[in-house]
Ligand binder design. Structure first.
Ligand code: UGA
Length: 429
């Protein structure tokens, strides 16, 4: 099987760039990842991975050993590339504006080193219009090719994509980028650059709306005496609704959904389009934290106006979702911060975080769950780590001062917790 082996450059070796580089090397291409961080490049060249992504270490080791993957600090290493993927961070401010400084700097530097026939593919999430603007600046065919990688599943998602979206004004350039993914069985959707750029924001924002919808629905279930688990189950069986992203929780967070919703809302505003469906979903997400805090207050004090001042609370999970060590825009951390503002004294345990404090001192992190339970006035489960299901709940109940638990992910079995001695509160049930 002689596939079209390409010489590929990847600019930026963060979570998207590194995953793309390692996976493309695995598919047989010759890949060089370039990063301005010399220490990171040295570590990657030794096969040391700075992020926790299942399978990525093996793919990097394989690429290095077989000579298909290399890392460099100098963009000049990409002078013979057939395709260069731009994977530099494009952070979004609170007002939804994208900071394109790193992106523009990379484009400017690339303009000086690329061969005339090189195709540039923009993988960074960029505001609509950026790819076309980049094409004009580079005077080379430039394609938008968004990534749809979930944190914690990045390598798997790259090699098993639901879809490959290629937004291009130049057919041959689109063909070149499509050739990168030869051998993967996924529909390849060719669009104009603006549609491809927008598809990325639209997908993440839709997921956010879906979770906000179910979170508000959970609140309604509590008022009306319904069970969100059953309501969601009935919804899931309709393929038009789909089975995923219908689990209530403390809100959606992470490095993508919050920033992409802000950016999309801003883009809509600038275009004069009223996207209040999205704005309301964002407001609902903010409200969700408050709702969790009030639920905790009611649960541990027995009153809607009870004081949390000086109360010891144990938090289970702080990462924005299970399977990561990431606390960026983590709803768990937002709830913790609000509880701390209300005077609660917080101890936290997260299987992904260990004792590395990334909470800014809001929570005292411990690496032993019994220390979280010890003398606590209540426990609050905030991240859906599956291993929490298997904790020795009867023992934890004994250690607490008041055996109360608020399970914001509906992860645990209420009957089992009641048997263990806990007063159990979930969401929407
Ligand atoms: C998200 C998208 O799912 C990826 O497709 C996309 O490629 C990625 O952003 C990106 O733009 O790079 P990720 O940020 O890893 O991936 O997080 P998700 O798995 O989407 O979870 C987002 C948030 O929604 C988490 O806080 C999660 O706990 C929450 N969530 C998700 C719920 O509260 N309930 C659900 O039913 C599902």
């Amino acid at each position: 099987e002689e596939r079209n082996r390409l010489t590929v450059g990847v600019v930026g070796t963060g979570y998207v760039g590194l995953t793309s580089a390692a996976c493309l090397a695995h598919l047989g291409h010759r890949v060089t990842g370039v990063d301005i961080d010399a220490g990171k490049v040295a570590a990657l060249s030794r096969g040391e991975i700075p992020i926790a992504e299942p399978g990525l270490d093996t793919l990097v080791a394989e690429g290095l050993a077989e000579g298909r993957l290399a890392f460099a600090t100098d963009l000049a290493a990409l002078s013979r590339a057939d395709v260069v993927l731009l994977c530099v961070p494009t952070p979004t401010g609170q007002d939804g504006t994208s900071d394109l400084h790193a992106f523009d700097a990379a484009v400017e530097a690339l303009a000086r080193v690329l061969s005339p026939g090189c195709v540039v593919a923009v993988k960074s999430t960029v505001p609509v219009g950026t790819t076309t603007r980049t094409e004009l600046a580079l005077r080379r065919p430039t394609v938008n090719n968004p990534e749809f990688l979930r944190e914690g599943h990045a390598a798997y998602d790259f090699l098993n994509p639901d879809r490959i979206v290629i937004g291009a004004s130049d057919h041959a350039a689109a063909d070149r980028v499509a050739a990168l993914y030869e051998g993967l069985s996924a529909p390849v959707l060719r669009t104009d650059p603006a549609s491809s750029e927008l598809a990325k924001y639209a997908s993440n924002a839709f997921l956010a709306v879906k979770v906000s919808y179910v979170n508000v629905l959970a609140e309604l279930c509590e008022r009306l005496g319904a069970d969100i688990a059953d309501v969601a189950k009935a919804m899931r069986l309709d393929p038009r609704i789909g089975s995923a992203f219908l689990s209530p929780g403390p809100g959606w967070g992470g490095s993508c959904l919050p920033k992409d919703t802000r950016a999309l809302l801003r883009a809509a505003g600038e275009a004069g389009v009223d996207f209040s469906v999205l704005a309301d979903a964002m407001a609902a997400n903010h409200h969700q934290r408050e709702r969790v805090v009030e639920k905790v207050r009611q649960a541990v004090t027995g009153s809607p106006d009870g004081s949390l001042e000086g109360l010891r609370l144990g938090l289970l999970g702080l990462a924005f979702k299970a399977g990561t060590d990431d606390v960026r825009e983590s709803p768990a951390l937002a709830v913790a911060t609000r509880l701390a503002e209300c005077g609660a004294v917080l101890t936290g345990y997260d299987p992904g975080l260990g004792r590395a404090d990334r909470t800014g001192g809001v929570v005292q992190l411990v690496d032993d769950v019994t220390l979280v339970a010890k003398d606590a006035a209540g426990l609050v489960l905030l991240t859906e780590w599956p291993e929490f299901r298997d904790l020795d709940w009867a023992h934890l109940a004994d250690l607490t001062d008041r055996a109360t638990i608020v399970d914001t992910r509906n992860l645990l079995d209420p009957d089992e917790l009641a048997c263990a001695g806990f007063v159990y509160f979930g969401l929407g049930r």
